[in-house]
Design a binder for this molecule. Structure first.
Ligand code: ADP
Length: 504
């Protein structure tokens, strides 16, 4: 039933229902300011990856539902409800309110995230804090987007103005569910675009909560819509719908390629944030007391389910044994368990399918010529027997083996020795990807020479993985198209218009 009613759990009480996880509950999605089921009535379950237990039943949207969501976003874009008829400062005020509401619910949202995707609670708390800041940061930008007046002589004026691109289909993955959603939703709303958000089917809960927060903050009905469902059913119709102007996608390379091809038909604007096989380079003079934990967290943090994970660990031969031993000790010290346990440093992978994929890569390593250096243990708690755990795993490898070439998206490190700068730069760049790189050395000249030589969108020196909202994110080569974060994300949601005036 496509009921246009608002159930009791739409805002405040909804939080409590989800929070307590009496979750035989049937949640609804958010279209045109109403909490609704799929028109077909179809549903799917989202599960707790630590136990395999069902968390909640979620509407399984199809093209009918996407049609309604796009129509709402189209209407509210075209009539100026959010964009052209609203003062920028009023848009900003609502986004600031969203930031406040996220911050006030940080703990609940973090627990929701942990239950849905498995990550440790401390990490989830960090994600949600960044979500709040993301809304604040782009709320600030809403009043600061301006154009230019290039000189065209005494008899004319030219005004370059920035305008929102229109209706945006935002398709996001399951590894940082609310953060990846905010990374697109906040700049899209700040520029005056309207939105249809499609969360990953594995992790829809915080996207639905984001809708409740948007509603509470005063985003007008129709401006921000969330359709839940399977990619091919609830995501694909956004790609072909003529009412959608822009697709921004974060996810796998295969789906990204398909999106680019499909969107070419209508020349939709496309931003793609795809995979990586990022090098993590430890030079001979690196401060190993920082490089070893940094390198280890670069691949084992967030269970390795990170597009920029430092999955290829290049280590100078003079410190190779020390780094390998240090990473092994670090991995052995990780505590696998439920993400809700504050002691846990590594949670389960997001799904049985992802666990099986990662395990298949681990199984392929020795046959392919890589040497297994360390394999951790699953948690022994019987309550977690049904969980999708894959312990941290370290291989000694060469750059040519499959586990060093293909994105695994799990806690699997390929450690590879090198002798000199040329060799490590060549190996680092010998990949189809170009998302990120980490460099560990005390020699600033060497660090910067390497940073310039590596073909990657993001380079960390003496660190791994920070991605503050004020900065920039995006990949070279097959890691994506376009840029996110900072002012760079705004461009993805803006068109540029020239108005030429003859003064004669
Ligand atoms: P993964 O393989 O890591 O699950 P995907 O790239 O399949 O990553 O998924 C990322 C997002 O893309 C999810 O929201 C998913 O539902 C969506 N998606 C998957 N397939 C399609 C598709 N054919 N069309 C549109 N969206 C899709």
């Amino acid at each position: 039933m496509h009921a246009r009613r608002r159930p009791a759990f739409a805002t405040g009480p909804w939080a409590a229902v989800v929070y307590r996880f009496g979750m035989a509950d049937q949640l609804q999605m958010y279209i045109d300011g109403a909490w609704v089921d799929a028109r077909s009535g179809d549903r799917f379950d989202t599960t707790d990856p630590a136990t395999g237990a069902v968390l909640a039943s979620i509407p399984r949207a199809g093209s009918d539902d996407v049609e309604l969501a796009v129509a709402a976003a189209r209407r509210t874009f075209d009539d100026g409800t959010w964009g052209s008829a609203v003062a920028e400062r009023d848009r900003a005020a609502i986004l600031f309110r969203m930031a406040e509401l996220v911050r006030a619910q940080q703990r609940e949202l973090a627990e929701l995230e942990v239950r849905d995707c498995g990550k440790p609670i401390g990490d989830a708390m960090g994600d949600i804090a960044e979500v709040a800041f993301m809304f604040e940061y782009y709320a600030g930008w809403a009043t600061k987007i301006s154009g230019d007046i290039p000189p065209v002589g005494p008899d004319a004026m030219s005004l370059i103005v920035k305008e929102p691109v229109g209706v945006c289909g935002l398709i996001v993955p399951w590894n940082y569910p609310m953060l990846m959603a905010a990374q697109k939703v906040a700049p899209a709303l700040a520029t005056g675009c309207t939105v249809v958000l499609k969360p990953a089917e594995q992790t829809p809960l915080t996207a639905l909560r984001m809708a409740a927060i948007a509603e509470q903050a005063g985003i007008p009905a129709g401006v921000f819509n969330v359709v839940t469902g399977i990619g091919a059913e609830a995501g694909a119709p956004l790609l072909t719908h003529p009412g959608v102007d822009k697709i921004s996608f974060t996810g796998s390379k295969a789906v990204g390629q398909m999106i680019q091809r499909t969107c070419a038909d209508q020349l939709k604007r496309v931003t793609l944030e795809l995979g990586g096989k990022s090098p993590n380079i430890v030079f001979a003079d690196a401060a190993l007391d920082r490089a070893i934990p940094g390198t280890s967290l670069g691949i084992f943090g967030n269970q390795g389910e990170v597009c920029s994970a430092g999955s290829r660990v290049f280590v100078h031969r003079s410190v190779y044994d020390d780094v390998l031993q240090g990473m092994t000790d670090f991995a052995a010290g990780m505590k696998l368990g439920s993400g809700l346990d504050p002691e846990t440093t590594m949670g389960p992978l997001v799904s049985a399918q992802q666990r099986d994929r990662v395990q298949a890569y681990i199984d392929s390593g020795p046959a392919d010529g890589a040497t297994l250096a360390y394999a951790g243990q699953r948690p022994d708690d019987p309550a977690l027997a049904g969980g999708y755990f894959v312990p941290p795993t370290i291989f000694e490898a060469t750059n040519g083996v499959r586990i060093a070439r293909e994105e695994i998206f799990g806690p699997v490190a390929a450690v590879i020795p090198f002798s000199d700068l040329d060799e490590v730069v060549t190996m680092s760049n010998d990949t189809e990807y170009g998302l990120a790189a980490a460099i560990w050395t005390r020699d600033i000249g060497l660090a910067l020479r390497t940073a310039r030589a590596v073909r990657a969108g993001v380079v960390w020196i003496n660190d791994s993985q920070p991605a503050p909202s004020e900065t920039m994110w995006g990949g070279y080569k097959q890691s994506g198209i376009g840029r996110e974060l900072g002012p760079y994300a705004l461009d993805a949601y803006l068109e540029t218009k020239q108005i030429y005036i003859n003064l004669g």
